[in-house]
Ligand binder design. Structure first.
Ligand code: PAF
Length: 278
């Protein structure tokens, strides 16, 4: 596994003719969710590149940029064990040198759901991912379904900007009790770790209700929100979206996905699930 921390070196990499390049962009503090993306890339591609960069541009002023968990040594040993070919870890000055002033925004979808409470978040995500894609030039980019809005927005960005990279969405990896794996789970003390399960439980409840014939999106969302709030967690949003375009349907169909963001203590967690099992 080769470590690269300059743009020049990363951009100068030459790959054998016809090689398929898989890319997994991350902010580090890796867990099984990230590693499942690496495994998917290894399976499909000839070469797998992982980036580790805690992108300051996607954190709001009062968010957790400074405390965001980091453990480079552990990350590198996990990636090495998984057979990754290259790890790219630029620093913030390299990605955003003094005088940096170009930003990318996907209109209309960046200020709903997570974008409504995290102003500027998706502008930061789109900008850094576009830069990384330009530097790494992957054929496929592997992203977890947990950040479903992020994945959908980035797909549109790549298409609108005629980039030759395809996003491969991979299933959410969960703890045994259902909690979606997240680097931010490390913030949860034992009590909040228990409370955090309410997101998963609310999703499962909604699936059951759909099976029992309740199809009105607003009713399902209200019930899910009530379950979450009953545990002491605070709902940021509970919505039902159409997985294809992030529109909000009135009635559930096979494309409907419940998406949730909630605060457990100070930790903001997200999760989502298709409401009709495929
Ligand atoms: O999902 C993440 O970890 C980040 O938003 C990403 C895609 C690596 C961009 O910084």
């Amino acid at each position: 596994m080769k470590l690269i921390n300059t743009l020049a070196e990363m951009q100068a990499l030459k790959h054998p003719e016809g090689f398929k390049i898989g890319f997994v962009p991350t902010m580090g503090y890796l867990h099984e969710g990230h590693l499942s993306l690496v495994d998917a890339s290894k399976k499909d591609c000839d070469l797998t590149i992982v980036s580790i960069f805690v992108n300051p541009a996607q954190f709001g002023e009062n968010e957790d940029l400074d405390s965001y968990p980091r453990d480079m040594e552990r990350d590198l040993s996990l990636l090495k064990a998984r057979g990754v070919d290259y790890v790219f870890f630029p620093d913030a000055q390299m990605m955003y040198p003094n005088g940096y002033r170009t930003w990318v925004e996907v209109e209309g979808l960046s200020d709903i759901l997570c974008g409504a409470s995290r102003k500027g978040h998706f502008r930061g995500v789109c900008t850094v991912v576009l830069k990384l894609v330009n530097i790494v030039k992957p054929h496929f980019m592997y992203m977890g379904d947990k950040d479903y809005q992020q994945q959908s927005i980035l797909r549109i960005m790549l298409k609108d900007l005629n980039l030759d990279t395809t996003i491969v969405g991979c299933p959410i990896v969960r703890e045994q009790d259902g909690l979606a794996k997240s680097s931010r789970n490390v913030y949860l003390d034992p009590n909040n770790r228990q409370i955090a399960l309410c997101l998963y439980r609310a999703l499962i409840q909604a699936q059951k209700e759909v099976r029992s014939g309740i199809l009105v999106a607003e009713t399902l969302a209200e019930h899910a929100a009530a379950l979450i709030e009953s545990t002491g967690a605070r709902v940021d949003y509970v919505k039902i979206i159409d997985s294809r375009d992030l529109n909000f349907p009135n009635e559930v169909n096979e494309h409907s996905r419940m998406v949730i963001a909630a605060y457990v203590g100070k930790t903001r967690l997200i999760d989502n699930m298709l409401l009709v099992s495929p």
